[in-house]
Design a protein around this ligand. Sequence first.
Ligand code: BG6
Length: 489
Amino acid sequence: MKDKKTYKPCDLVIFGALGDLSRRKLLISLYRLENANLIEPDTRIIGIDRHEGNGEEFIETARKSLQEFSSETIQEAVWARFSARLSYVKIDLTQLNEYQILNKVTDNKARVLVNYFAVSPFLFKNICQGLAQCGVLTKESRMVMEKPIGHDLESSIEINDVVASVFSESQVFRIDHYLGKETVLNLLALRFANSIFTTNWNHNTIDHIQITVAEEVGIEGRWDYFDKTGQLRDMVQNHLLQILTFIAMEPPADLEAHSIRNEKIKVLKALRPITSNNVDEKTVRGQYTSGYIKGAAVPGYLEEDGANVASKTETFVAIRVDIDNWRWAGVPFYLRTGKGLMGKRTEIVVYFKQLPHNIFKDSFRELPPNKLIIHLQPNEGVEIEMLNKIPGIDEHIKLQKTRLDLSFSDAFKKSRIFGGYEKLVLEAMRGNPALFLSREEIEQAWTWIDSIQDAWRHYNESPKTYPAGTWGPIASVALLARDGRAWEE
Ligand code: BG6
């Protein structure tokens, strides 16, 4: 077996080390990687922020983050190893001369410099200039960033240009944390390692596909960010389109980053534009009002802390997506995502076509179609809904719908399912770009999203309301009903 720790050690520099992203996600993921023995022994983690502080205080912050944002018990032996890697340096990121200190605290000969930009994009220019000017960067150095990479095509080009002025495209690792999820990656295995899903995966056998990413939570104190963003930009531009590309792409030649990315880009290019001519029939915007989730009363979006009561920002989106290529002609993809919904559920449902003739009329007037249900979270797994004969010696054959159920936790009892961030932080340290987004993918996705956003702006309608704790506005049901279909409930 290949040694788990064969990558070159890194100096992982976290810009914004005391911020939310670092405390809620990064430090916890790194601790878990330590626990799994996956961090190269000589790798160091250097926290950078504008506040005064020292290594001990940073270690204390990291420990508190684990206690506050993670449910696991800290193991002292693991913690000792982990905390020995941590150090802290104060840099005011807007002051170029302050970056010189990086020459003292990093060693770009012994280790690869991995710069994690865990700050707002308006600081990216400063950081890029600071890094370039102080001379720590080499061809091996990397930068890692994540959404929001802009709020539209233009602003995303600006950010990518700033980064490109210092880092070449192969040095840039853009995170979409859904690509670190085990079940999203499993889509590759499901589609390209199983012959039953190769010849059947197209318009000949598939009727339509549904992708649901539902969240119970509201906006959790992020009103200000969210209100400027909305669910389309926050979730569809990235996570849902990524899931869609994995389901819809052609088989890549291999698992190399450029092979996978090229296939994903082809799908994004084939998305039929939604414009002011068809936005009404293709999309639904919703906003939650007060309601009950699991029996507890929850406030509406406009009643959340810090809310602007006149806001028209959407917390729910449903879209009919058409992909104009040979494989998917005539097969709609229905996407739906929202906050304040009935439950946390991310799943893909592939509806196969109905058979042309039914010889089991005693059981069903019309034979229900087969379904492949892929649960991404929670309870990761795959189910196939099919028809079977009910055992018995009746005169007539009686059928019943049954499910073949493969739950990952049952099937892979010994394997721990790693979180998205853990996987991606590790891959960034390993220098494996396959699970990160290319500039072209992001810009292509924005082009498609911008057109929807423009069309919505053109009509300037208020979103349809839905009580928190439901599956979204009635209009979302009507979106499918118009096509003679219904959401999987
Ligand atoms: C983030 C969004 O990218 O994804 C959040 O900004 C959302 O609004 C989150 O809640 C959902 O991630 P997950 O992994 O919990 O499905």
